[in-house]
Write a protein that binds this ligand. Structure first.
Ligand code: GLP
Length: 234
């Protein structure tokens, strides 16, 4: 696991963008994408670049269950707004939290992932160490699944909704094994509120209590953190 400290999120986004370019030059065809505030500067770099992604396939990590795609806080909406409108991909996959049969939707997602293995996966990290929506306690061999969101995740994400009541209680998320199958992983973490999760991920025991700690076992992970998020590392 390589940890690179940057002075701010703009620098972190540029660094992630240069890692993406290297991966694309080396033949990467499938990108794994994340939502949240951490990847925003990375998406901005992509949008402002002349990168052509029309031959690239993308997968998103997760989506809330039950939010209409046009809802401001749906991850479909987020991806359209921050990336897909400006940079068309060959094909984009996002789990559908509106599918009538969520089990069939999960199967569809895993089949698509098996057909297009992810070359380059972007991740953020939750304050409790979650990746995607894999909350503490999620099995390391999990594949795409339905998740009951942890109370502190609902609290953390309620800043995007008018009240915490409005935050969906469930999500579909790629599992930890689905994420670990990616060839390369770049995780971005910014701010003091991530410092404890970053330290547990990098220096703590590998435990399902801190889902991101499994990344210690992956052979190609880069953590991009600002000084605040890296401040508790020894
Ligand atoms: C949500 C997403 C995660 C993301 C996390 C952190 O829970 N499902 O994929 O990593 O938030 O978000 P932020 O980058 O806004 O701190």
């Amino acid at each position: 696991m390589k940890v690179i400290t940057v002075s701010n999120q703009v620098e972190g986004g540029s660094l992630a963008f240069s890692l993406l370019k290297e991966a694309l030059d080396a033949g990467a065809k499938t990108l794994g994408l994340a939502t949240g505030s951490s990847p925003l500067t990375f998406y901005k770099e992509i949008v402002e670049s002349d990168l052509d992604l029309s031959n690239i396939i993308s997968f998103n990590l997760d989506e809330y269950v039950g939010l209409p795609v046009e809802h401001e806080q749906s991850y479909h909406h987020f991806m359209q707004k921050h990336l897909f409108v400006a940079k068309p991909f060959k094909e984009t996959f996002l789990p559908s939290g509106l599918a009538e049969d969520l089990t069939a939707e999960i199967k569809r997602y895993e089949e698509a992932l098996a057909e297009h293995p992810i070359d380059f996966q972007i991740l953020g990290i939750g304050r409790n160490g979650h990746i995607g929506f894999n909350e503490p306690g999620t099995a390391f061999d999990s594949r795409t699944h339905i998740v009951d969101l942890a109370e502190n995740t609902i609290d953390a994400n309620s800043r995007f909704f008018s009240s915490s009541q409005e935050v969906p209680r469930q999500a579909l998320s790629m599992g930890i094994a689905s994420i670990m199958a990616s060839k390369q992983i770049v995780l971005m973490a910014y701010g003091f509120e991530k410092a404890q999760a970053v330290t547990q991920m990098v220096e703590g025991p590998i435990t399902t209590a801190v889902p991101a700690s499994i990344l210690q076992k992956h052979s190609n992970v880069t953590i991009i953190a600002d000084q605040a998020a890296a401040s508790k590392l020894s």
